[in-house]
Design a protein around this ligand. Structure first.
Ligand code: DI6
Ligand code: FE
Length: 411
């Protein structure tokens, strides 16, 4: 009789994140993969037959921890150059303002990105993507926002798509035209916002380069009414929205993105109780970015207790970007969410799996359950909490399956 499954993993400690048991943990578990999907998951002793008759290939994992592939739902992974020299200047006493006045900050990354070709941007982003994959990431969100003109924004989004193809992973792209005001529009914000809404976004969306739309709603970024303009255009184009909100102040950005039933509000150190309630009502995910909190030496914590009390799903991401979060490990971000934000390891790991998938509008991944994509990470670990506990450790990931296909951690 032909085996019903392609592959059967046995003797596994399964952190399924399905159901309401902590981690959805199944010890001595079995996981069947078939045609790129999870076909069966449960205790080994409930298998519907002899393993070798059930699957073409059977592997015994020796009790290893198995999780869904990790989802990094907020990155600025594609950019030209880097800002290590600013890091050096800051630690030698220069202020952000002095650096910005000297042409540093986002504007310096915009200049480097505009000067880079598509191949150069791809070559610079590829090692960063490999670093995230080596830590168990199988789905990656990548934003534009360092071009701030149509051609360069297009190049960034094309590179993001190319990274997905080259690495065999899912990449979801987010247009972030309202990230910063480009120098050539320094005296005419309104014209730039119009350029973003009426030229850039429609053009790039028509080329299939945009999966969602974001904005940096902040005093040093864009105002709520400017954000509303790009959200209205996104809605007309049938694109979901998300927002960098309440990172440095409370502009009621979370309530704004919730009014559009947005996928997520991100950062949230200055989130108010009314913003929490609005997110809970809209089902908008709270994406916490501890890398930026750490790198900026922020002191104001996001309102974790309020988010928990209102049942707002919390996701964790690296926010990998050259200025405020040059972080290349999603697992370390999860550990920071525990140590700095006081999430439990169970909350942090849901935050880099099922809740992160939800922040991207994806319900076909993020748990180990029948029917989900077979995106799976096998770890040289026994307990789920170890994923947040160990600081660093490139040896922790044993192997990855993407759509059921085995992929070495080296990519
Ligand atoms: N918030 C941030 O922390 C980054 N962008 C944003 O909207 C900063 C990006 C940079 O400094 O390059
Ligand atoms: Fe960001």
């Amino acid at each position: 009789m032909t085996p019903r499954w392609d592959h059967l993993l046995l003797d596994a400690t399964l952190a399924t994140f399905a159901g309401d048991q902590p981690y959805g943990l199944i010890r001595d578990g079995a996981l069947a993969l078939h045609e790129g999907r999870i076909a069966w998951v449960g205790p080994r002793d409930r298998l519907p037959g002899e393993p070798t008759t059930l699957a073409t290939r059977v592997d015994y994992l020796g009790g290893a921890l198995v999780t869904p592939g990790l989802v990094d739902c907020h990155t600025h992974l594609v950019f030209g150059g880097n800002r290590a020299h600013e890091f050096d200047l800051r630690l030698n006493g220069a202020s952000y303002e002095e650096i910005a006045r000297a042409g540093g900050g986002i504007v310096s990354t915009v200049k480097a990105t505009r000067e880079a070709s598509e191949d150069e941007l791809f070559a610079q982003a590829l090692p960063r993507a490999h670093a995230l994959l080596a830590d168990g990431v199988t789905t990656l969100e990548i934003k534009s926002g360092y071009g701030l003109d149509t051609d360069t924004e297009r190049r960034m989004l094309r590179v993001a798509r190319r990274l997905g193809k080259a690495l065999g992973i899912t990449v979801r792209t987010t247009f972030l035209g309202l990230h910063a005001l480009p120098p050539e529009y320094r005296d005419d914000r309104d014209a730039y916002v119009a350029q973003v809404c009426d030229e850039m976004l429609p053009a790039l969306a028509s080329e299939g380069l945009v999966d969602a739309v974001d904005a940096f709603c902040e005093g040093i970024g864009f105002a709520p009414d400017e954000t509303r303009r790009v959200f209205d255009r996104a809605t007309q184009l049938g694109l979901p929205v998300k927002l960098h909100a309440e990172q440095l102040s409370d502009l009621d950005g979370a309530a704004l993105v919730a009014r559009y039933r947005g996928l997520s509000a991100d950062h949230l150190e200055y989130l108010s109780d009314s913003g929490i309630r609005a997110m809970a009502e809209a089902g908008t995910v709270a994406v916490l970015l501890p890398g930026a909190f750490y790198a900026l030496r922020e002191t104001r914590l996001p309102p974790i207790a309020g988010l928990r009390a209102q049942g707002v799903p919390m996701a964790i991401a690296t926010d990998c970007n050259p200025g405020t979060s040059p972080l290349l490990s999603l697992r370390l971000a999860a550990g920071m969410a525990c140590t700095l934000f006081r999430l439990t390891p169970e909350e942090a790991l849901r935050g880099v799996t099922v809740n992160a998938a939800r922040a991207l509008g994806l319900d076909d991944r993020g748990t180990l359950a029948a029917g989900q994509r077979a995106d799976i990470a096998v770890w040289n670990l026994r307990e789920p909490a170890e994923l947040c506990y160990w600081i660093g450790g490139s040896h922790l990931l044993r192997e990855v399956f993407i759509g059921g296909e085995w992929l070495s951690p080296e990519g």
